[in-house]
Write a protein that binds this ligand. Sequence first.
Ligand code: PHE
Length: 385
Amino acid sequence: MWRGCPVPFAMYTVPKLTDYSAQALETAAADCVRACADEAAGVRNEAELKAFRDRWMGRKNGVLTQINDLWLKAAPKDAKREAGRRVNQIKAHVEDILLKAEFLRLELATGTPLRSGRVDISLPGIRRPIGAEHPVLRTSRELVAVFQKLGYSVADGPVVETDYYNFESLNFPPNHPARDTQDTLFIAGQQAKPPRERLLLRTHTSPVQIRTMEKMRPPIRIVIPGTVHRNDPPDASHSPMFYQIEGLAVDTNITFGDLKGTLDHAMKEFFGSRVKTSFRPSFFPFTEPSAEMFVSCFICGGSGKRGTDNAPCRPCKQTGWIEILGCGMVDPNVFEFVKDNGYDPKKVSGFAFGMGADRIALLKYGVDDLQLFFQGDVRFLRQFS
Ligand code: PHE
C-alpha cells in the first residue's frame, strides 16, 4: 500500500517453498516481514487497521496462517526445526508491527504523540519505590513514643519565634551573655518593634514550654519534637537546622528524683536496658539546678575500648560516656511568667529536658557525618529502610 505510488502494485502473497536451506528460509522470512512493515505504514484509520489485522493475523486465511501451512507443515522432516524457528520469528515481528500500527492510529486519532521518542506507552511501567522513614524522624518518633507510654502528650509551637518566648520568658535577661551561647538567627528588619516582639528562628524547643503552660493548667506532661536553627556553619557535627525533643513535667511535688528516674527509664527503653545514666552539673537560665545527662557508651559498653585489639572508642572519645541531653528543675522565675495560669512557683514544681534528635540518630546508627542526614542522597537513606 505505497501511498503516493501511482502504479498499483501486487500485494505480498506467500510463496511456496521448494528450497528449505537456512539461506532460503532467511530470504523468504525477510521478504515477508518487509512486506508486512510496508503495508502497516499505510494504515491510517480504524478500518485500515482492521483490514491489516485480518489480512495478516486472520485465523482462517491470514498470511501467518498461510505461512504456517505452506512453510512449516509442508516442510520436509529435517527442515521442520529451522522452519518452525523462522515462522515463530515472523509471528513476533508481525505482532510488533501491528502494535506499532495501532499506536500510530491512536496518535492520529487523538493528535497526541504516544511514541515518536517522547512517551512510549508500550514500555513497561516505572515502579515507584516505597520510601523509607528518615533516620532522624524515626529517632524522634521513637523517643516521643517512649514518653507517650509514660503518659506524656505531644505539643508544638512556631519555628519563627519572638524574643519573648525564645529568651525572655525562659529567664534570659536582656543583653545577658547566655543569649550568645545560642548563636541566634534573627529575622531582618525588626528594629522598629519592641525588643521582646522581635522575630527570630527559635534556637531551641524550650519556648514551647511557656506557650503550652499559657494554654494548659498544671499538671502537665508534654514532649515537643521540632526543628530549631542556630548560626552554626555546617560540619560533621553541626547544622544550621537540627531537630530537638523537649520534655516538660509540672505538678505538685515533682523532684529531681523524678527527673532522674524518668530519663533513666527513657534511655533504657530507647538504647537498651544495659545503659546507665549519669548526671553532671551544668547551667541553663531556665532550670535550677541544671544538669547534663550522659549515657554509658552503648557502642563500647562503657569501657572506652572496642574489639579484641582494644581500639579506642570514638563515639565516647574513650570516656565510656556519651552526652545526650540538657535538663534540670524548672526555674521558679520561669513559672513567674505563667503564674496567673496556675503555675504558682510556691505550689508547683517541674522538670524539663532537651535533646538533639539528629545527634542521637548519628550515635544510634553509627553515622560519622551529620551532613549526610540532610543531603537527600537516596543511596545513603536507603540503607536505613
Ligand atoms: N534548651 C536547651 C538547649 O537547647 C536544652 C534544655 C532543655 C536544657 C530543657 C534544660 C531544660 O540547649
